[in-house]
Ligand binder design. Structure first.
Ligand code: SAM
Length: 284
């Protein structure tokens, strides 16, 4: 029996491996190396430049947490911009809200979308919803050219700050996000992980840029077994609504959406951060 193990480096000293059954697809797109695998433990999964992006087993955690925290905080969100998100999982969660009228997804790499449609219908299955427009371009340039005050919500569902995702962690990008958001707009952005120093460094960098820009900035955490250390964070930056003080959690429960990770206890609890994380963010 041939054992095929997928292995990625989480740090120079730590590796993470998954036993796979099949290397389904491998290609170098114009932007990155794309690989799809099949495994017993995580189902189908894909990696970009050797880093786990999405797998069938834990994708619900990430996609629940990138979407529902903001949607519960402001139920009047109508126009949403997703930057990256080529697997379609974030769009899938957004399409569950009847109140949303427009979802624009700006993904730099069309190949990620097409391959996800082929191999990961579990996440890509809602990309054909009539409210969704797919735009294959650089998110950085897209927000730069977009008019002021257009979107109620921006979800940055990007890769790490290396390769094509690098610009999505820059001052320029966040300033343009602020400008294209409405007066009560919300931005959810990648905050990486607090655990290993190289990721914690990016977490602090991302937070320091958002902190001075938006009147309300918070960070929330969740558990992603396949991301480095399993401890992952999003930033919540908002012009008006505080996700803890202004949220009507009963109203979200009344929507009757069935979720596997997010619930209204998690909504509140996710913002309670361990002391070492608070100290790092205070210092950012
Ligand atoms: N859940 C994932 C994670 O955190 O690892 C992110 C998944 S999603 C596949 C990330 C997507 O961001 C990729 O498909 C990548 O092509 C896209 N991306 C990276 N840089 C981008 C940019 N500058 N503009 C638009 N999309 C970008």
């Amino acid at each position: 029996m041939l054992d095929l193990w997928y292995t990625e480096n989480h740090t120079d000293n730590v590796r993470f491996s998954i036993k796979t059954n099949k290397h389904i697809h491998s290609e170098k797109s114009d932007f990155q190396q794309i690989d799809f695998f099949e495994s017993d433990e995580f189902g189908t999964f894909f990696t970009l430049d050797g880093l786990m992006m999405v797998n069938e087993k834990d994708e619900f955690v990430y996609h629940d947490m990138i979407t529902h925290v903001a949607m519960a905080t402001n139920p009047n969100i109508k126009k949403v911009l997703v930057i990256g998100g080529g697997d379609g999982g974030t769009v899938r969660e957004l399409t569950r809200y009847e109140s949303i009228e427009q979802i624009d997804m700006v993904e730099i790499d069309e190949r990620v979308v097409r391959l996800s449609q082929e191999y990961l219908p579990i996440t890509a299955g809602k990309l054909e919803d009539p409210r969704v427009t797919l735009l294959f371009e650089d998110g950085l340039a897209y927000v730069k050219n977009k008019e002021d005050g257009y979107y109620d919500l921006i979800l940055v569902d990007s890769t790490d700050p290396i390769g094509p995702g690098e610009g999505l962690f820059s001052h320029d990008f966040y300033n343009n996000c602020f400008r294209v958001l409405t007066d009560d707009g919300i931005l959810i952005n990648q905050h990486e992980s607090p655990y290993y120093p190289s990721y914690a460094h990016e977490m602090k960098r991302a937070h320091s840029k958002i902190k001075g820009l938006f009147p309300i900035t918070r960070v929330y955490q969740f558990h992603m077994p396949t991301y480095p250390s399993g401890h992952w964070l999003f930033g919540f930056a908002s012009k008006k609504y505080d996700p803890l003080k202004d949220v009507d959690l009963d109203a979200w429960n009344k929507l009757g959406l069935k979720t596997k990770y997010y619930n209204t206890d998690i909504h509140t609890g996710a913002f309670a951060l361990p002391t070492f994380v608070k100290e790092m963010l205070d210092d950012a």
